[in-house]
Design a protein around this ligand. Sequence first.
Ligand code: UD1
Length: 420
Amino acid sequence: MDRFLIRGGRALSGDVKVSGAKNAALPILAAALMVPGKVRFENLPHLNDVTTMLQLLGRMGVEVLLDDTGSVELDASSLNSVIAPYDLVRTMRASIVVLGPLLARAHQAEVSLPGGCAIGARPVNLHVKALERLGVEFEVADGYIKGRAPGGLVGGKVLFEKITVTGTENVLMAAVLAKGESVIENAAREPEVTNLADCLVALGAKIDGIGTDTLRIEGVDALRSGRHRIIPDRIEAGTFLVAAAATAGSCTLIEVEPKHMDATLLKLEEAGARIERSGTTVSLDMRGKRAKAVDITTLEYPGFATDMQAQFVALNSVAEGSGRVTETIFENRMMHIAEMQRMGAEIDLYGSTASTVGVNHLKGAPVMSTDLRASASLVIAGLVAEGQTIVDRVYHIDRGYERIEEKLRRLGADIERVRL
Ligand code: UD1
C-alpha cells in the first residue's frame, strides 16, 4: 500500500496543468454504452476511478482503445452483459451511472449495490424512484439492483425531492432513448452534469434547458458516433489553490474553466488571496501572507462544493482567526478532523460544523486517509506542518487526483510516494 511522505513548511509556487474532471469523465464514459458505434472522448484523466469504469465497460463488451494523448475511443456496437458486478462496483460507488445507460440501450440492468467512499449512507433510492417514472420496474435481490423495462422506456416527469448529481445523470441518460418527452425538475446543475448533457447532444440527443434545474428531453431512437471533450477538474484545481494559499504561496492553474470555480475563488479572496482569471488560467498569490479563516456552508452548485470542504478545513486550521465549515450535503464527511487534531489543529466538531481556531503551525504526524477529499486535505495539512507527515492509504487520493505528488513537487513541495 502506498503512502506519502511529506516534509512541510515550504511555500508553494509555480504552474499546474489541471486534468480532465473525474466526475464528468465517469458518466460520459458510461454514456458510450448507449451508442451502437464508436465514440471518442478527449481530456480523460488518468485515475483509478477511470480505470475502474473502463474495466466495467470492458466486462459489458465495450471495446476500449486508449491513446497517449489522453483520449479514449470506445465501441459499444455489441454488448454482451448488462451486469455491473460487485468486485468493481465496491471500489467505486459512481459505477451506478451505468444503470441509466444500460436501461436505455438494453432495457435491463443489474448493478451491484455500491461501495466506494465511506462518507455516510449514500443510497440510490432517488435514482430508482426517478427511473420508475420512466417505466422501469426494480427489484433488489442478491445484493443487486435489478431493473427491467420490457417494453422499453417511456418519457415521464421526474421531480427530484433532493438534488442528486449522479441521479440526475442516470435519468438524463435513460430519458434520451425513452419514447416521447421527459422533464427532469430540480435537476443538479453541476458543470459535470452540463458537460454530460453537451456530450449527449453531440451524440444526437435532444435536450433543452442544459445548465438549468429543468431539463427537457425529447427521446430519440438511437444515438450516433461522435466526439466530446471532458471539462477541466474544478475540484483538483481548487485543491491546488488551497494548498498554495495554506502555505502562503502562489500558483497558476493552466487549462481550467474559471467560471466553474466561482464559489471556491470567492472564498480564497475572502481568505486574503489575490486571484486573477484570464481565459483558461487562474492565478493565486498570497503575497507571503498568512490566510484569514473563512466561514463556509456546502451547497449544491453554484454553491460551495462539498468536495472542497475538507481542503478549506485544512486551510482554516492554520489561518488567522476562527472559521466555521458546515457540511450540508453528506452525513459523516468530517473524518479528516480527527486526523488534523492529531497534527495539533484546534477544531471542534458539533454535528456537521467544524469550528477552527487557527494555530501558527501544525505538527507532522502519521495520518490515515479515509476518503478521497479527506485525503487531499491531509496532504495540505502535511504541506503546512512542521516536520514529517506520513499520509497512509494513498489509494483514496489516487481515485481522484492524477499524480498529485508530481504536480505538487513541481510547485516546490517536498513530497514523495513510498511503496511498502
Ligand atoms: C456526486 C459526486 C461527488 C459529490 C456529490 C455532491 C460523482 C461521481 N460524484 O456524488 O463527488 O460529492 O455529487 O456534489 O459525480 N442521496 C439520496 N438518495 C439517492 C441519491 C443521493 O438520499 O438516491 C443523497 C446523498 O446521500 C447525499 C445527497 O443526496 O446526501 C447528494 O448526493 P448526490 O448528489 O447523489 O451525490 P453523488 O451523485 O453520489
